[in-house]
Design a protein around this ligand. Structure first.
Ligand SMILES: Nc1ncnc2c1ncn2[C@@H]1O[C@H](COP(=O)(O)OP(=O)(O)OP(=O)(O)O)[C@@H](O)[C@H]1O
Length: 494
């Protein structure tokens, strides 16, 4: 719906003459009008073809205006209601406004324009509220884009693709194991596209019962099947002018695949039970963690649909192929948890971080999130220790990745580990040092940098003094007991 689309108004009044003259007044001013002679019919029309504004008489036999108002606000809170009442009953009209009506008009009306003005103000209000809701959604979505964490080469490649495809309207197929962040990638594409302030509609195709998939996606008319008591708009229409994200697309039943292909090729849909073709402008992003080629071979996925979806594929790498991102992701999750639980942030011991990096994460980032939450809740101190991690992550062999310590302390022997050297430790010339110091919170980074300094300094000075503690202390310009304390502190920190 665009802002200059026709405003749909439902007139509810038991007086046929008044109903018709109101309809004429509003239709002449460009409104699209429907009429109901009583409350029951009004509710029926509300369900069938949701209007934007209801112009409703307060006093009606059977179901009164109050009941229509109450039902509307409960089931369709964004539909605005303008009440009509006789002069003598202004108190009831005021009560109706207190119960959620947007405005009221007293009969006889001051002028035809006054009626049209009240209805169009109500419609403007509705559109403003919806616009605000969309902006809020966009803000939330933007925060989520901020959540796509990772600096590894493989994630950089994903970011480049996101930016590259965002401005196009082509279908994108996002491939990757469960929990790798496919939905975050889809949101990021939407967020970077020209549709960013339009709806982003995520659908988990695997979670919809097979017999309801088509009606969920394309909508249905009243009576289309048992239980279809009222007409319903499908998700394609809900996502009109926005983005529809079909997660687990490999699980779509074959019949729905045919309809999806049609929608992708021609932008045409039909509600279940209707022959009327509707046109939609939806960008489709799809994701799957199953092998669609295999499904094609099995005969459960259409080859033509596969080619149509796979115009641009994006592969989201599993976490085990980007273990450099684990440190960053762990701290990101810890910060989120601390904020969510209103608790102080926690650090992670070198040993625990080593285990986190060594584990293979078959459940990817989702599993990492759960493991870090487990540890955050169980850790009694301000630091997460190895024992706080779930059993599985604790057991990862520390030698699983080239058998080297990943602590920043392992700086090259030549030269002292000043900050520049530590920063350099992320560079290829020190490939065995894989700790990203700048990914850590300040206090943790400083602690590690200090420890690294102590380690490098003590080791080098001791080595130059042939392992003689007194000579090394003299070299360092410290008395023997102070130097010894530093050596000891270094050992206990290991
Ligand atoms: N790169 C990332 N940075 C930050 N958080 C991430 C990242 N990737 C995934 N997550 C988080 O991991 C969880 C799973 O992500 P998401 O739902 O996007 O995965 P998915 O690949 O769509 O999973 P599935 O295939 O099971 O639907 C979410 O809580 C998400 O916020």
């Amino acid at each position: 719906m665009t802002d200059d689309a026709m405003v749909r108004v439902l007139i509810v009044d038991d007086e046929a003459g008044l109903r018709r003259s109101l309809a004429r007044i509003l239709a002449a001013r460009g409104f699209s009008v429907e009429m109901a002679e009583d409350g029951d019919r009004a509710i029926e029309l509300l369900e069938q073809n949701e209007p934007e504004v209801i112009l409703c008489d307060l006093m009606m036999p059977k179901m009164g205006g109050f009941e229509v108002l109450e039902h509307t606000k409960r089931t369709h809170p964004r539909v605005e209601v303008v009440m009509m009442t006789a002069h003598a009953d202004v108190d009831s009209a005021v009560a109706a406004v207190k119960s959620g009506a947007y405005d009221f008009l007293t009969k006889p009306f001051a002028s035809n324009d006054a009626v049209a003005l009240a209805v169009s103000k109500a419609a403007d209000h509705k559109r403003l509220v919806e616009r605000a809701a969309r902006l809020e959604e966009r803000l939330v979505a933007h925060e989520r884009f901020g959540e796509l964490v990772g600096t590894s080469g493989k994630m950089q490649a994903v970011y480049r693709l996101i930016e590259g495809v965002a401005s196009a309207t082509s279908t994108v197929l996002i491939l990757g194991e469960s929990g790798t962040g496919k939905e975050l990638v889809a949101r990021a594409i939407h967020q970077h596209s020209a549709r960013a302030d339009r709806p982003f509609v995520p659908v988990n195709c695997a979670a919809i019962p097979k017999e309801l998939v088509e009606s969920e996606l394309f909508g249905h008319v009243r009576g289309a099947f048992t239980g279809a008591q009222s007409a319903r708009t499908g998700l394609f229409e809900a996502g009109n002018s926005g983005t529809l994200f079909l997660d687990e697309v490999g699980d779509l039943p074959l019949a729905a695949q045919v309809k999806l292909l049609r929608a992708l090729q021609d932008g045409e849909i039909k509600r279940v039970g209707s022959d009327e073709t509707r046109f939609v402008d939806v960008r489709v992003l799809a994701a799957t963690n199953v092998d669609l080629q295999q499904r094609i071979a099995d005969g459960t996925f259409r080859r033509d649909l596969y080619y149509r979806l796979n115009v641009i594929p994006i592969h989201v790498p599993p976490l085990r192929e980007r273990d450099d991102d684990i440190v960053l992701l762990t701290h990101h999750v810890l910060q989120k948890l601390a904020r969510r639980m209103g608790r102080a942030p926690k650090r992670v011991s070198a040993e625990a971080m080593e285990a986190l990096r060594a584990y293979a994460w078959p459940g990817n980032v989702r599993e990492l999130e759960h493991a870090v939450e487990h540890a955050f809740v169980l850790a009694t101190g301000e630091r997460i220790e190895l024992g706080d991690l779930p059993q599985m992550a604790q057991q990862a062999p520390s030698s699983s990745r080239d058998g080297r310590d990943t602590d920043v302390a392992e700086v090259p022997r030549a030269g002292l580990p000043g900050l520049a050297a530590l920063a350099g430790s992320m560079e290829p010339q020190a490939p065995h040092v894989r700790f990203d110091l700048f990914a850590l919170p300040y206090a943790e980074a400083k602690r590690r940098a200090m420890k690294a300094f102590d380690d490098g300094y003590v080791r080098e000075v001791l080595s130059r003094s042939g392992g003689n503690l007194s000579a090394a202390a003299r070299h360092a310009g410290l008395d023997r007991s102070n130097f010894r304390r530093i050596v000891k502190r270094r050992k206990t920190a290991e």
